[in-house]
Design a protein around this ligand. Structure first.
Ligand code: PMP
Length: 423
């Protein structure tokens, strides 16, 4: 029932774009998986605060104190949004990519890392300096758990280990069995980090309920602009690691040594990894988005989005040339992220035509998940070809795909126009 919940007001719904066929149309942003539009509510909150910002954690003045309160309250809001445990830390970063690189830099010595080849590059690549095992693409959620269990059973049982997994794929939108994977990791003494970049905007993420050790996500996919992200979870590895950035704010005490060097006593809180003046507005906008989504109610948001997912899938199924990409099969639960190829079409040309002729913004390419997309397209996952390489001729095998993605702000009309355009 599409009336379950109206779309949430978001920015950028009034942009008109010229069409090559003549006239203008209101732009339909169907690329939420890359960056979602900001919620109007986030923009209003930021606009109310923006004239009053001051430096954080340092000044005695009123605006400094106001900003420090907003910054630290935002940390609490995010912790609540993620259902953090008492001992968890919320570290503010620039993005999911930054969060996972921070965790990679904080791995204990000799840590073994297990990651599926199907991950987004942000989850796939940061571990390359560790002892990393890349797991083959599973074709069912149950196979994902089996693959992990098999790999963990063979690992050095005494050393530390980390599993990194994405909650919802940025290519297929499919949900991964996070709870089961967390149980498998813990049963083998490993820890697990959840890349929630695509999950958090569409689903409640409860760190304690899922029993994952860390969660990473980005503000700009969660309806909050301004380069900020989150790494939330266990404090111990983070507390013991070298600061991610060395500088002011991360250090509690700095003194000259008799031999002329410098001694540093680093913070053991989240501040340890947040050196430098933080992105207060970015952090505040994440907290505002967390509140807005919670108040709208994920049950409502999920119900509406699932209605749109069904419409898109049914609409695409009516076009014989369209092949929707899926790892886990048609019945797999998924979020509003759907990739496909169109027989006889170069995906980049198809996406360009959607833009030029219909004013619809989608993404084309390999979506920073090259091995996964190559597997889904039936090409060689080890092929080092370029991201977004154009298809040679109509009728040949696609080398890249088209992705449509949507969410809490998407009006029905955008979906209708998209389906009309594709058919
Ligand atoms: N993980 C997933 C699943 C993603 O979709 C993305 C962004 N496309 C990232 C990580 C990286 O996010 P960011 O670019 O905000 O660091």
């Amino acid at each position: 029932d599409p009336s379950v919940c109206a779309p949430l007001p978001v920015l950028g719904q009034d942009v008109t774009v010229p069409l090559v066929t003549g006239g203008e149309v209101v732009y339909a942003a169907l690329d939420y998986a890359a960056s979602a539009p900001a919620l109007q509510r986030v923009w209003d909150d930021v606009a109310a605060y923006a004239p009053y910002y001051g430096s954080v954690h340092r000044g005695a003045g009123y605006l400094s104190q106001l900003s420090t309160d907003l910054f630290e309250n935002s940390r609490r809001t995010v912790a609540e949004f993620l259902g953090c445990r008492a001992e968890d830390q919320v570290v503010f970063t620039r993005s999911t990519t930054d969060s996972l690189n921070l965790l990679a830099a904080a791995l204990p010595a000799d840590c073994q890392v297990f990651v599926y080849e199907t991950e987004h590059h942000a989850s796939l690549l940061p571990w390359r300096d560790a002892r990393v095992t890349y797991l083959d693409a599973p074709r069912t959620p149950a196979q994902a758990v089996e693959t992990l269990e098999r790999a963990l059973a063979d690992r050095d049982p005494y050393g530390p280990a980390l599993v990194c997994v994405t909650g919802a794929s940025n290519v297929t939108g499919e949900l991964w069995p996070v709870k089961e994977l967390a149980a498998a990791a813990h049963a083998h003494g490993a820890r697990i980090v959840l890349d929630a970049a695509q999950l958090a905007p569409h689903h409640p993420v409860d760190i304690a309920e899922l029993d994952v050790d860390w969660v990473a996500f980005s503000g700009h996919k969660l309806y909050a602009p301004f380069g900020s992200g989150v790494l939330a979870g266990r404090a111990d590895w983070l507390r013991e690691a070298e600061p991610y950035l060395a500088g002011g704010g991360a250090s509690r005490k700095v003194s000259r040594r008799a031999d002329g060097g410098v001694d540093v006593d680093w913070h053991t809180t989240a501040a340890r990894h947040e050196a430098g003046s933080p992105n207060v507005i970015g952090v505040y906008s994440i907290a505002s988005a967390c509140k807005a989504l919670t108040e709208a109610g994920f049950d409502n948001l999920v119900a509406r989005e699932q209605e749109l997912v069904s419409r898109v899938r049914e609409g695409l199924a009516e076009v014989p040339e369209v092949q929707v990409l899926s790892l886990f099969g048609d019945d797999a639960p998924r979020v509003g992220v759907i990739s496909f190829v169109v027989r006889g079409w170069n995906s980049s040309h198809f996406a360009a035509a959607l833009s030029a002729e219909y004013g619809i913004g989608v993404r084309d390419g390999l979506f920073c998940a090259h091995p996964l997309v190559r597997t889904l397209l039936g090409s060689d996952p080890q092929d080092p070809g370029e991201c977004g390489a154009p298809e040679a001729e109509p009728g040949e095998r696609s080398l890249n795909a088209i992705r449509v993605s949507f969410g809490a702000g998407t009006p029905d009309e955008h979906i209708d126009r998209f389906l009309r355009a594709v058919s």
